[in-house]
Write a protein that binds this ligand. Sequence first.
Ligand SMILES: Cc1ncc(COP(=O)(O)O)c(C=O)c1O
Length: 441
Amino acid sequence: MTHILHRQISAVLPVASGGKGVELFDSNGRAYIDASGGAAVSCLGHGHPDVIAAMHRQADTLAYAHTSFFTSDIAEALADRLVADAPAGISHAYFVSGGSEAIEAALKMARQYFVEIGQPLRRNIIARKQSYHGNTLGALATGGNEWRRAQFRPLLIETHHIDPCFAYRFQEAGETDQDYAARAAQALEDKIIELGPETVMAFVAETVVGATAGAVPPVADYLRRIREICDRYGVLLLLDEVMCGMGRTGTLHACEQDGVAPDLMTIAKGLGGGYQPIGAVLLSQKIFDAFANGSGLFQHGHTYISHPMACAAALAVQEVIARDRLLDNVKAMGAHLARRLGERFGNHPHIGDIRGRGLFMGVELVEDRSTKQPFDPKRKLHARIKKAAMANGLLVYPMGGTIDGASGDHVLLAPPFICDVAAIDAIVERLGDAIGEALRS
Ligand SMILES: Cc1ncc(COP(=O)(O)O)c(C=O)c1O
């Protein structure tokens, strides 16, 4: 008997009772290797003593003060740190309680920016199919994940979606990476022209696509081309790094590897590593200046923005990552994970693609490797894999609808930055067994 409206009403969930390092424990004493950090959240694993100590210190000092009355030392310190390490042009941070709130705030920043600079016609948002930007109404409207949107469509603002940069599914046979990147980016320019450049406000994209398509990185110079197109038409580039950012791909920001700096960036999950709910928008100087020289405010706000406990957890997480040089470990263990996945699944008849960056990897399942034919969605292979993995003491993040929101299955892996070779080997071993069991069931 429960009084919680759980995600699945009939599901009988184990009770999480603790966690240490790469493992979570349930109340029956079972241990699970957390190979996905929930949804790419727990970047430091569980029970990290330094983060817990920082949260204790903050609780003893100041738990909460409303931001219309006060700022706090801890929020200022976190903003200083994030801006110091941010891509070129980013000058300020805005702290919220998660990824969806960050997207909502960023969309409003984009809109207010154009109002402030005297371009009030700019209202159109262009994003990509097979993307996820959150579940609040603005974020859901922006995302291109069909099954999540379907029943809420009458409530969603109008947005526009182009095809993603998704090599395994969209690159044509014989097409070079360069040519495919150019073709995929051209879709943005075509859409801007179709809508009228003077009406387009922002292009929104996950630097590396996460939950919806399973760790899909951009190809060749795709993002640089996107940046150029945005600049050509005065459109803001909003990179959503809620899932792929904050070190997950081996650099603090995934877009560093593409040589691109956005006008707005959203971060969350790995920012606080699950120790507290926190997300942020990182905004560029030109947006800040437009507000500062215009109305003098950002017309937005929530009760818990810049929450001191959340900021303390996030600052501690980021300090541990830097102090322990964990991004080096993400690169090394990411390479090991890619190697081990290749060894285990490279010749597997039902694994069509292994992809990703750093400790952010996806494997896509297919019925037939030569035609890339997916499994019948009714089989819910992704759900079977999740169940079999849990029974094997492994937490991974499988999802269906990989290709178009209806068909396709993938498994997303996002192990903690503290993992070692033994943990990676165990993850691949248990995943292989779980996939085998799910395929047989
Ligand atoms: C890329 C991306 N953006 C936004 C969100 C929404 O974040 P939250 O669930 O914290 O609201 C998610 C969550 O999975 C995400 O992956």
